[in-house]
Design a protein around this ligand. Sequence first.
Ligand code: SAM
Length: 289
Amino acid sequence: MSDSFNPDQWFTEVWAGDGSSFSLAIEELLHSEQSEFQKIEVYRTSHWGNLMVLDGCYMVSDRDNFLYHEMMTHPALFTHAAPKKVVVVGGGDCGTLREVLKHPDVEEAWQVEIDERVTRVSEQFFPALCDKNNDPRAHFFFGDGIDWIEKAEPSSIDVIIVDSTDPVGPAAGLFNRKFFASCLRALGDDGILVQQSESPLYHTHSIIKEMYSEMRAAGFENMHTLPFPQPIYPSGWWSCTMASKSVKVREFRFDDAKQKAFATHYYNAELHQGALALPEFMKKALANL
Ligand code: SAM
């Protein structure tokens, strides 16, 4: 560690289970509060813009959130034939909702976030992520996504995006067959579920494999995981997992993605095609699940 290291000038998230940690040089703590659900902190960093932390875990930084929000949204929406109604479970920083609303044919986009304070703090410190919150197609419900999806009209949703925290606390119930069965019922026959599925390096043989078996137990037939870089999350390598009843989630509207009329910084048609290719260890671990 360099001799200039001063712990007071760094935010560090320790990932004890795998003996790793990640630090960002900080300049100031801009906000701190204990909401009904979690501790919410916002720091100004020296090189990564503003940083939101929930219960001590990195959530979103100005500098690298585009990787996550784009990959949580565009692969699924270009895999669906014609998404009109999209629901984001979690996603309180509004970055995923913003990406969904870039798709002109989407008619209704819901954000179902259990903790309203996350959204209000994001509106204050991450205005760019919230710049589509006044879109007339955007709808907000602050409550448990598990209940909301359970009560959703059957076959009423085209894409469900689960942009949740790690599978602990209020998010634990978003990773089991009961919730996935609710998703299956709420989705149309050509519906797509996409869920943040943690780190390929740390979680392929645990959380990701468990997600596949829980999704299959719930009735999903096709699952596929797309790894992507995400520096601030543990291991710096993250993933989303798509699931469907009948849609082949390894095929997508390549030409529509190629000709997309909106800007992105990471996602494009060729990148999507490449992200469908799994590393060898993941192919082996996830085969025949
Ligand atoms: N990108 C982050 C990640 O991969 O860890 C997730 C970002 S977003 C801030 C995660 C959100 O999920 C949090 O705001 C949290 O309040 C919300 N959340 C957790 N459990 C939930 C539930 N059961 N229903 C709705 N939102 C939930």
